[in-house]
Design a protein around this ligand. Sequence first.
Ligand code: CO
Ligand code: CO
Ligand code: CO
Length: 306
Amino acid sequence: MGLESPDDAGVYRLSPDLALIQTVDFFTPVVDDPYNFGLIAAANSLSDIYAMGGRPLTAMNIICFPAGKMPIEILREVLRGGIEKVKEAGAVIVGGHSVEDDEMKYGLAVTGIVQPTRILTNKGARPGDLLVLTKPIGTGIINTAIKGNLASPELIEKAVKIMAALNKEAAEAMEGFGVSACTDVTGFGLLGHAFEMIEQTDVGLKIFVEKIPVIEGVRGLASMGILPAGLYRNKEFRKDAILELEKVDPVDLDILFDPQTSGGLLIAVKNEEARSLVDKLRKRGAEAAIIGEFLDTHPSKIILEK
Ligand code: CO
Ligand code: CO
Ligand code: CO
């Protein structure tokens, strides 16, 4: 697969029934606890493999560390979190690379496999398909609150749990369902990634705003204007894709464009199968919901419905 239409990860066919999936992601700490940061960074890096319908096999650590300024124990804790998450994914860390840097950064380069006939790209949703989201949103707003010492310990704990959760279960749950497209929600926010599913296609997308699971407490923070800089960029970048933008509640719009760290999967699934997919996801502990419907009208546009 080429770079003309960017997807979650690169795919390279090795043989008629085996393809390699490769992806890389790393970033600066989003939470104060180094072990939790390791868990989150690893879960985030592994996510793009799941979004392609694949299974991770190996991972390599990418580490930037201010060796003179920070105790080495912090790095050990970050790596312990990373190893733990990779193990949970059923993959192994086979190496890595570290450089001295002023600011700590961590993530993984991950290699996975997929059957070429089972590759899921972000395009391919058919009119009538429903859109399923597998994790609640709002982690970018919470991370901003954490940086400003405005997040309660309970809220931090909740956000860590959501961000550290692998998309493995969700990816396994969708096997056997009529899934036409899949991606994960990360830096561009829910609407940014949902838009990628219909960008330059004949398909439109209606989003049921009230059905979107939002982490409790996020709305309050958003109303107070505690918003990450990336949110404004996301909104500016994609606002033209939204029909009748002026009618949308501004706080809703902010939350829908909030950049997510290690967000859930967005799954386009056959209308009549969506309910049972969501039931299956919920049984496995995911806060999943049907949040939209693909349309044969309004090509490449998003309609937000209260
Ligand atoms: Co992705
Ligand atoms: Co990525
Ligand atoms: Co994909």
